[in-house]
Design a protein around this ligand. Structure first.
Ligand SMILES: Nc1nc2c(ncn2[C@@H]2O[C@H](COP(=O)(O)OP(=O)(O)OP(=O)(O)O)[C@@H](O)[C@H]2O)c(=O)[nH]1
Ligand SMILES: [Mg+2]
Length: 414
């Protein structure tokens, strides 16, 4: 396996007007924290958080400058969630204030968790929702348990994955079972977990490289990065591939098509908007970039917008790294979320956080040409002066929370 190459500038310090976002990398539960602690990003200005219900596991965390959060100190007293997602969920809710405080000022949350047992499965969706409620986009990487861990864990993981994908702008699942199938069974027992860490590490490195790249001209504006995954609840396309040698571009592309993220049932196989990142030891030729872009578009779409860019990392020498990111069904997801808001059923619980997700930013997606330049910020479909893309409740300036509270009162009186 190739070592991910670092190329983040030491002076990339996010501040009020630096143009750089504050990014938080957060590990939840023992497995999530174990993955985060193995991600090597020495010069990246990331804030790191480790959250767990188990005090002994938290004490063992040695990540430098890491904020540790003990989840549910009252309900669980540091003993762990006892493999029960319900307990992990309750613990995270109890610690909501602490989590929100630790996330204050964050512009992007990279959430990492290992699903199956109590804390990762129960607490991670609550944490993602707290971030969403605070307007922080969430990119979540999660591992799925092995089927031989038993039904209890696979079911908890499935429920958690569903909730996480609803609350995350991008949700990337690494299925341990899929990785196990391609891992030599003679390897050490933890080889699969190491492979999962490897893929997640590469993905985090690529996201950071897009945002913080030392070559400022190849950085994506953070607003552009966010526009790739504009709305929570979409299916995510995320894959990385690499290769060296004579046919490195084509081989890296083929490697990307085999990326285990794509084999998860929850992964998108198509995206209207695609972001392609190529990292190479030298500037690629037009033809080489075209090979990558065409190959990716033929496979995954990107009809509406394809943002391609590259970074030259001399340390890569003759190795090429390719990454593709995208979201499927953005419009359909937006409509679905708006319908949930507009028509709550009698007796149905309504997640107030869903209202805040249809904000102005989502309506005004930047339009981006294939070279990544921003040439407009939102194309309105006007009919008699009315923007048809703006939902009716917004056009009529209905304050949803107040309207729903009033409705609830009317229902409870009748
Ligand atoms: N192969 C492997 N899998 C691991 C390892 N650690 C965690 N996992 C995976 O992660 C899942 C969750 O385990 P943990 O992270 O220990 O659980 P937790 O979220 O802390 O939950 P509780 O301990 O119940 O509070 C497991 O079901 C495994 O699939 C490891 O070292 N090796
Ligand atoms: Mg644990």
């Amino acid at each position: 396996m190739l070592e991910p190459v670092q190329e983040i500038p030491a002076d990339a310090t996010p501040s009020e007007n630096s143009g750089l976002p504050r990014v938080t990398l957060m590990g939840v539960g023992k497995g999530g924290i174990a993955i985060v602690s193995q991600i090597k990003l020495p010069d990246v200005p990331l804030h790191t958080i480790a959250a767990d219900t188990s005090c002994s596991d938290l004490d063992a965390v040695t990540i430098p400058a890491c904020t540790k959060i003990q989840l549910g100190p009252k309900s669980l007293r540091g003993f762990g969630a006892g493999l029960q997602a319900k307990s992990g969920e309750k613990a995270a809710k109890e610690s909501e204030k602490k989590i929100a405080e630790a996330l204050a000022g964050t512009d992007l949350l990279l959430l990492v968790t290992a699903l199956g047992r109590g804390t990762g499965s129960g607490a991670s969706p609550v944490i993602a929702k707290i971030a969403q409620d605070a307007g922080i986009p969430v990119v979540c990487f999660a591992t799925n348990p092995f089927s031989d861990e038993g039904k209890h864990f696979t079911e908890q993981a499935a429920v958690a994955a569903e909730k996480l994908s609803e609350q995350s702008n991008a949700f990337v699942l690494v299925d341990n079972e899929v990785i196990a199938q391609v891992t030599d069974s003679n390897q050490a027992f933890d080889a699969v977990f190491k492979t999962a860490v490897y893929w997640i590490e590469r993905s985090v490195v690529v996201c950071c490289s897009m945002i913080f790249s030392a070559q400022t001209e190849t950085r994506l504006d953070f607003s552009v990065f966010k526009s790739i995954f504009p709305v929570p609840g979409t299916r995510t396309l995320f894959a990385v591939g690499s290769a060296s040698g004579e046919n490195a571009f084509q081989d890296a592309l083929d490697d990307l098509f085999r990326c285990p993220f794509l084999q998860a049932a929850s992964a998108a196989t198509h995206a209207d908007t695609l972001a392609i990142r190529v990292c190479a030891g030298r500037a690629p030729s037009m033809q080489e970039m075209e090979t990558v872009s065409k190959g990716i578009q033929e496979r995954f779409g990107g009809e509406e917008r394809t943002i391609s860019n590259f970074a030259v990392l001399p340390g890569l020498e003759d190795t090429i790294e390719v990454c593709v990111l995208g979201a499927d069904d953005v419009r359909a997801t937006r409509r679905r979320r708006e319908r949930t808001v507009a028509a709550p059923q009698k007796g149905q619980s309504v997640l107030t956080s869903q209202f805040s997700q249809t904000d102005d930013e989502e309506d005004e997606l930047p339009l981006i040409d294939s070279h990544g330049s921003l040439f407009a910020s939102g194309k309105k479909q006007l009919y008699e002066g009315i923007d048809l893309d703006t939902p009716t409740f917004r056009r009529r300036r209905i304050k949803l929370q107040e309207e729903l509270d009033a409705r609830r009162k009317r229902v409870s009186r009748s």
